[in-house]
Write a protein that binds this ligand. Structure first.
Ligand SMILES: Cc1cc2nc3c(=O)[nH]c(=O)nc-3n(C[C@H](O)[C@H](O)[C@H](O)COP(=O)(O)OP(=O)(O)OC[C@H]3O[C@@H](n4cnc5c(N)ncnc54)[C@H](O)[C@@H]3O)c2cc1C
Length: 401
């Protein structure tokens, strides 16, 4: 594979860079690239305004078809955009769920009416989304979903509880996997409903995380309603649509992430040189190893993206998820070792009103990285997929149910 950029890629990179140089100024630049994973309450209102700036210049929903309001960008253009975005120090995006998950799902499975209603407000940065899949007894085992929807005239009425719902407290809408046929079991009888969050019958209770911020929530549905037109893919077809959404939870953003990882690693190396820990042979080996593994990760991601448009196939996606989640958790541990005793001391003054609790960037990243081997499919689940589908090992024993 030829990893060199073509002339049109170079031109596109310059165009992205120019846009960011011109627009990433003032309050947007002051965010200093914050607002990403584990930091999503930080500067939220400013980041919403930034989303509008991106939208006005056509820099949202890059990979969507032009007919759906996107830019029709190729895979390499999306990769370049993500890389330049992270490199410039632009803030974390506010509508990753809408742009990255719900939008592509509607483009593939939505009716023309659903596309016309829901896609433009995502492109324009006006409506934010959250993902209502997990429940107290249905995380890894998503087919065990118990939230029910019962038809009442032209509406579905929802009852049940979701948990770990990222950004539900900021979202306008939620895509909910729920049971519409109470007599069907497991993945049969599920439907994929689009539900407005701002209505009686929806209660959002934030959950405080290790970082002391609350990025995810419990969501209780108690008589919440949605119109029958808001079922994606047909009643009873929710499992297929839900899996399609999960397949989009991958990919091009990973290269942007990896640039962020590289910046973290550079800071840890600089810190080790500054505080003398770079003289310790074991620390030196760990730093070098982290660098080698990150480089492998980058080339592997480029390789798996080359020639691929659309969702990643399971073995590659599972290997990538297992690898980067575990690597980044390890990097956080290395960062704390390099920080030494100061890792246990707050780095700044807590300003909860701005979503800031005085943690340094490395401390926050270390704490949040514990979640990265859980969400998007835990390490154990990824190993199961690799064991069964790649290595052909015997399937894990299923319970009596
Ligand atoms: C930061 C964060 C954000 C999240 N955001 C969202 C969101 O926006 N929307 C949403 O719907 N969900 C979200 N989740 C939930 C996430 O999808 C679940 O946490 C994940 O699927 C695991 O489910 P669980 O927490 O119920 O754990 P469980 O499924 O109960 O698993 C508990 C442990 O058992 C292991 N385990 C389970 N089954 C098996 C098996 N078959 N074989 C081997 N080991 C197994 C797991 O690996 C884990 O270690 C988020 C989670 C986190 C941490």
């Amino acid at each position: 594979m030829d990893l060199r950029e073509r002339p049109e890629d170079v031109a596109f990179r310059l165009e992205v860079r120019r846009f960011l140089e011109e627009h990433l100024v003032g309050e947007f630049a002051e965010l200093g690239g914050r607002g990403g994973s584990g930091d999503e309450t930080y500067g939220f209102e400013v980041r919403r305004r930034w989303e509008k700036v991106l939208a006005e210049s056509g820099w949202t929903c890059l990979g969507w078809p032009v007919a759906n309001g996107g830019r029709g960008a190729s895979m390499s253009e999306q990769v370049i955009f993500n890389e330049e975005y992270v490199r410039s120090g632009a803030p974390g995006r506010v509508n990753v769920m809408g742009e990255g998950l719900l939008g592509p799902t509607l483009i593939h499975y939505g009716t023309p009416e659903q596309q016309a209603r829901f896609l433009p407000p995502i492109v324009e940065g006006d409506e934010l989304w959250c993902q209502g899949y997990s429940e107290p007894d249905a995380g890894s085992d998503l087919a065990n979903v118990k939230t029910r929807a019962v038809r009442d005239g032209d509406e579905w009425v929802l009852t049940g509880q979701k948990v770990w719902t990222s950004l539900a407290h900021q979202a306008d809408w939620c895509f909910v996997v729920c049971r519409t046929d109470p007599d069907a079991t497991r993945h049969k009888g599920l439907s994929y409903l689009l539900v407005a969050m701002d209505q009686p019958g929806v209660e959002v209770r934030p959950i405080t995380q290790l970082t002391r911020t609350s990025e995810f929530n419990e969501v209780f549905f108690d008589g919440a309603r949605t119109h029958v037109d808001n079922v994606v893919g047909g009643v009873g077809d929710g499992w297929r649509v839900a899996l399609a959404t999960l397949a989009f939870e991958r990919g091009v953003a990973l290269l942007g992430h990896q640039l962020g990882f590289r910046r973290e690693l550079d800071r840890i190396v600089a810190l080790a040189q500054h505080n003398g820990r770079a003289d310790d042979p074991v620390t030196r080996q760990r730093l070098a190893r982290a660098y080698v593994e990150l480089t492998i990760m980058r080339y592997n991601t480029l390789r798996s993206l080359s020639g691929v448009e659309g969702p990643a196939a399971p073995p590659e996606a599972s290997i990538a998820k297992l690898y980067w989640g575990s690597w980044h958790r390890g990097l956080g541990e290395l960062a704390m070792d390099v920080l030494g005793p100061s890792a246990t001391v707050l780095d700044g003054v807590p300003r909860p009103e701005n979503g800031s609790y005085g943690l340094g960037d490395l401390q926050r990243s270390f704490l949040f990285a514990r979640a990265e081997t859980i969400y998007g499919g835990s390490n154990e689940i990824q190993r199961n997929i690799i064991g069964e589908r790649v290595l052909g090992l015997p399937p894990e024993p299923k319970g009596a149910a």
